[in-house]
Design a protein around this ligand. Structure first.
Ligand code: ADP
Ligand code: MG
Length: 346
C-alpha cells in the first residue's frame, strides 16, 4: 500500500539512475532516473537524450522537489521544523489573517477553486480538516476506526469550501477559519506540468515522467507513442493499456492508495466532501488529458461522483477520455476513452 502523495521527501532518500540502452546513436542514450518523493516513486525515463541534458534536468527537478515538499505540504512532519508556505497560509486562514501567496501556489489554489465549483463540490481543495479527522494526513500510521460522527457533522455544518477564499492580487484571506487547504488531489498534476517545462528547458525532447503511476509523455519513444498500462484496482494486473502521445497525461485515483479496514469495510483516503465519508461506490478513476492539472483534479472528482454523475461531470469538466471502475467491478467509460483502450483479456 502506498501513502498519499504528500508524504515528505527525504533528501537522503533513494535516488537511482541507470542507463537503459546503449543502442541509440553515439551521442544519445536512454536513461532512467528514480527519486523517492511525495511518498511515492518518481520515475523519469529519458529517451535518446544526451548525458548533459539529463544531468541538467535531474538537478533542476530535485531542487523543485525540495521546494514543493517544503511549501506545498499542509502538515508539519516534525513539530520543530520551520513552517512551509502552505502551512503558513493555513495558519493565517485559521487566524482570520491575510497572507501574500507566491505566484505558482496562488495560481494552483485559484485553479483548484474553479475546479471545485465545476465539480459541484466533489473536488474540494479546502477540506484539509476533514482529511485530518479521518487521519489520512498522518503518514506514520492509519486510524483503526472511523472518527466520531458528531465531528463529521460539525465539519459538514461549517460548509467548508474554497468559495470563502478572497483574493486581493496575490493576497489571500478566508472568512471561514474551518478552511484548510489540502492540494493533495491536484498537486501531482501541477508537478507533472512543472517537470515537463524543466525537461524542455534542459533540451530533453522525449521522456516519460511518472509520479506514482500518474504520468505525462513528452515526445515519443523511438518514434512511437508510449504504451501505458492502467492498473486493475484489485490486483497488480493491467486492466487495459493505451498508447499515450506527446503532451498527454494519464492520472488514476484509486481506493487502494491509502486506506484502513474495519470489519471488512474499507475506508479510503478520497473523501466525499458532501457527506464527510470516504467514497465506497467507486474504486478507481482514470483520466487522460492534455492538461495534467485538470486530469488530476478530474480523476479525484470522478471517483467521488461515481457512475451516477459520470457523463455529466466529464462534460462539465471538459474531459473526453475517462474511465471509472465501480465497487462491483463495473466499468464506465467515455466513447473517446473506449476508442483508445486495448484490453488484455479480450
Ligand atoms: P492519489 O493521491 O492517490 O493520486 P488523488 O489525486 O485523488 O489520489 O488525491 C488524494 C488526496 O487528495 C487525498 O490524500 C487528500 O489529501 C485529498 N483529497 C481527498 N478527497 C478529496 C476530494 N474530494 N477533493 C479534493 N481533495 C481530496
Ligand atoms: Mg487527483
Amino acid at each position: 500500500m502506498q501513502p498519499c502523495w504528500i508524504t515528505r521527501f527525504h533528501a537522503a532518500a533513494l535516488t537511482l539512475s541507470c542507463l537503459l540502452c546503449c543502442g541509440c546513436d553515439a551521442a544519445t542514450q536512454d536513461f532512467r532516473h528514480q527519486i523517492y518523493a511525495f511518498g511515492t516513486l518518481v520515475t523519469i525515463d529519458f529517451f535518446a537524450t544526451t548525458p548533459q541534458s539529463n544531468a541538467a534536468a535531474i538537478a533542476a527537478i530535485e531542487a523543485r522537489i525540495r521546494d514543493i515538499d517544503r511549501d506545498w505540504y499542509p502538515w508539519r512532519e516534525y513539530p520543530d521544523e520551520p513552517q512551509g508556505e502552505l502551512q503558513r497560509i493555513n495558519a493565517a486562514i485559521a487566524a482570520g489573517q491575510a497572507i501574500e501567496v507566491s505566484p505558482l501556489l496562488a495560481e494552483l489554489v485559484r485553479r483548484a477553486a474553479v475546479l471545485e465549483q465545476l465539480s459541484g463540490g466533489r473536488f474540494n481543495p479546502a477540506m484539509g480538516r476533514l482529511t485530518e479527522l479521518w487521519g489520512f494526513h498522518d503518514v506514520a500510521r492509519l486510524r483503526s476506526s472511523p472518527p466520531d460522527e458528531v465531528e463529521i457533522r460539525k465539519w459538514l455544518s461549517a460548509s467548508v469550501s474554497s468559495d470563502s477564499l478572497e483574493w486581493s492580487g496575490n493576497e489571500l484571506r478566508s472568512n471561514s477559519p474551518y478552511v484548510m487547504l489540502d492540494l493533495g488531489g491536484i498537486a501531482k498534476g501541477s508537478i507533472l506540468e512543472q517537470f515537463v517545462s524543466i525537461l524542455r528547458d534542459a533540451g530533453v525532447e522525449n521522456a516519460i515522467i511518472d509520479i506514482g503511476g500518474d504520468l505525462t509523455v513528452l515526445g515519443h519513444i523511438n518514434g512511437r507513442p508510449a504504451r501505458i498500462g492502467i492498473r486493475s484496482p484489485r490486483s497488480d494486473d493491467t486492466l487495459a493499456w493505451l498508447d499515450v502521445m506527446d503532451g498527454e497525461t494519464v492520472v488514476t485515483s484509486g481506493d487502494y492508495e491509502r486506506f484502513f479496514e474495519v470489519g471488512g469495510r474499507r475506508y479510503q483516503h478520497i473523501l466525499d466532501p458532501r457527506n464527510g465519508y470516504p467514497v465506497e461506490h467507486t474504486i478507481s478513476a482514470t483520466v487522460l488529458h492534455q492538461d495534467p492539472v485538470l486530469a488530476d483534479a478530474a480523476a479525484t472528482a470522478l471517483l467521488v461522483a461515481g457512475p451516477g454523475a459520470f457523463e455529466e461531470l466529464c462534460a462539465v469538466l471538459g474531459v473526453d477520455e475517462a474511465l471509472i471502475v465501480s465497487a462491483s467491478g463495473d466499468l464506465r467509460l467515455t466513447q473517446a476513452m473506449e476508442k483508445r483502450l486495448n484490453w488484455p483479456n479480450r
